[in-house]
Design a protein around this ligand. Structure first.
Ligand SMILES: [Zn+2]
Length: 69
């Protein structure tokens, strides 16, 4: 499942569910089982998700700007 939910730790709705893992943008909460993963692997996945998010946001703003012209 991919989307946002309520963080079990801080209670904000910035708890993101991704294909590979879930984490909270607000307090960096990560489910316990993922903490056992090698850190480098986790950081790599996080970077991938971030760049994907950035690309999607750029694409959306491009579509929005085109819609205005
Ligand atoms: Zn949180």
């Amino acid at each position: 499942m991919i989307g946002y939910g309520q963080c079990p730790r801080c209670g904000t709705w910035t708890y993101e569910h991704l294909e590979s893992h879930s984490h909270c943008w607000e307090c960096s909460f990560v489910p316990e089982d993922l903490r056992n993963k090698p850190r480098s692997e986790f950081e790599r996945e996080r970077r991938l998700e971030r760049s994907r998010l950035k690309e999607e946001l750029m694409f959306r703003s491009l579509v929005f700007v085109r819609g205005l012209m």
